[in-house]
Design a protein around this ligand. Structure first.
Ligand SMILES: NC(=O)C1=CN([C@@H]2O[C@H](COP(=O)(O)OP(=O)(O)OC[C@H]3O[C@@H](n4cnc5c(N)ncnc54)[C@H](OP(=O)(O)O)[C@@H]3O)[C@@H](O)[C@H]2O)C=CC1
Ligand SMILES: Nc1nc(=O)c2c([nH]1)NC[C@@H]1CN(c3ccc(C(=O)N[C@@H](CCC(=O)O)C(=O)O)cc3)C=[N+]21
Length: 293
């Protein structure tokens, strides 16, 4: 078997085109959606993501501003700055790039963001709503992975989904979304005994580990759907996922490539959440849906 790719770049592009139409409608109503990105320190990988996000905003007419601060910025200053963004009517979404430098309490910073502007979906209020299965801003990366499955008409209900990774920004919310969608979910992590025995059971396998090619061909069930969230930069400068793409492609039925898979979807979901935040602020958003973007 040779897996067909799930083309995240193309799906993201289609979703962004839908967002552009919604931005047009908001503009007619006199509203320009605005996203503020805060980056503290000079992590080069973070800078690339921040630039990609800004470009994507510009392309569909979303105002975006990047606030870069030095690594020795005091936490109190950061909290005060977030308060000014909370009060700024031109800003509908706030994203603080993670990880933050040592010495800054990331949780305190995230909780300072007004939940209705938390387009990353990291605030307790949004995390809690996801747990309960209510409308909320859902974390963009796992939400983007769910949107890919939906777009490709890959049923989740009744499937055994195995998520490798339990971080707060990817693994755990991914597991909750799959669970809410009716999958039977197994979550694996660094303490899991016999990882391969777990992953081999997966109808849907999600890798969110941060270790290049840790998921090898022998760890995948014939015909499985494989979602590779990992983005690892190799010493030669190229990107690779957590999945050994060439080997797993021979066994899976569908697979997301890196680059061009989950990454572009993350940015598209961020745009969707920002546009939704602007719609809700303008009073044109539809409430009561279980999916907010
Ligand atoms: N495509 C996108 O848009 C995004 C991609 N990423 C990428 O996804 C990957 C994961 O990111 P993130 O969740 O933030 O990473 P974290 O480092 O926060 O979490 C990694 C998880 O993997 C687990 N793990 C580590 N080693 C092993 C192992 N040998 N076997 C099984 N599990 C293991 C850890 O377990 P434990 O909890 O026990 O330590 C942890 O739960 C990274 O490559 C990152 O770059 C991240 C965000 C967005
Ligand atoms: N508060 C916060 N929210 C985040 O969403 C967040 C974060 N912090 N910290 C870092 C991670 C990482 N992340 C990516 C987003 C897009 C791509 C992306 O567009 N990737 C492209 C290629 C990028 C390239 O070529 O370098 C792709 O996979 O095709 C990657 C990674 C968001 N993150």
């Amino acid at each position: 078997m040779t897996a067909r790719n799930i083309d995240g770049k193309a799906i993201a592009q289609a979703f962004r085109a839908e967002c552009a139409v919604r931005v047009g409608r908001l503009k007619d109503a006199g509203v320009v959606p605005g996203l503020a990105v805060v980056i503290v320190g000079d992590d080069p990988a973070s800078k690339v993501y921040v630039r990609n996000k800004a470009k994507a905003c510009e392309a569909i007419g979303v105002h975006s501003e990047v606030h870069a601060m030095s690594a020795d910025t005091a936490q109190a200053h950061l909290l005060k700055f977030i308060a000014t963004l909370n009060a700024d009517d031109a800003i509908h979404g706030i994203l603080v790039q993670l990880p933050l430098p040592k010495g800054i309490d990331s949780r305190a910073v995230i909780e300072a963001i007004a939940p209705e502007k938390d387009v990353d979906g990291f605030h307790y209020s949004n995390v809690g709503r996801l747990l309960v299965g209510e409308p909320a801003y859902y974390p963009c990366t796992p939400w983007g992975a769910m949107k890919m499955l939906e777009h490709e008409s890959i049923a989740v209900e009744g499937k055994h989904a195995v998520v490798v990774g339990r971080s707060t920004i990817v693994g755990k919310p991914m597991a909750l979304m799959l669970l809410n969608a009716g999958a039977t979910v197994t979550v694996c992590h660094s303490k899991t005994r016999d990882l391969a025995a777990m992953t081999r059971q997966a109808d849907i396998l999600v890798a969110a580990v941060g270790k290049p090619r840790i998921i090898t061909g022998d760890m995948v069930k014939l015909g499985a759907v494989v979602i590779d969230v990992g983005i690892n930069r190799l010493p030669d400068g190229t990107l690779c996922g957590d999945v050994d793409y060439e080997a797993v492609r021979q066994i899976a039925s569908r697979i997301t490539p890196v680059p061009g898979g989950v990454g572009p979807m993350t940015i598209a979901m961020l745009l969707g959440n920002t546009v939704k935040a602007a719609e809700l602020a303008a009073g044109t958003g539809v409430r009561g849906e279980t999916r907010i973007t």
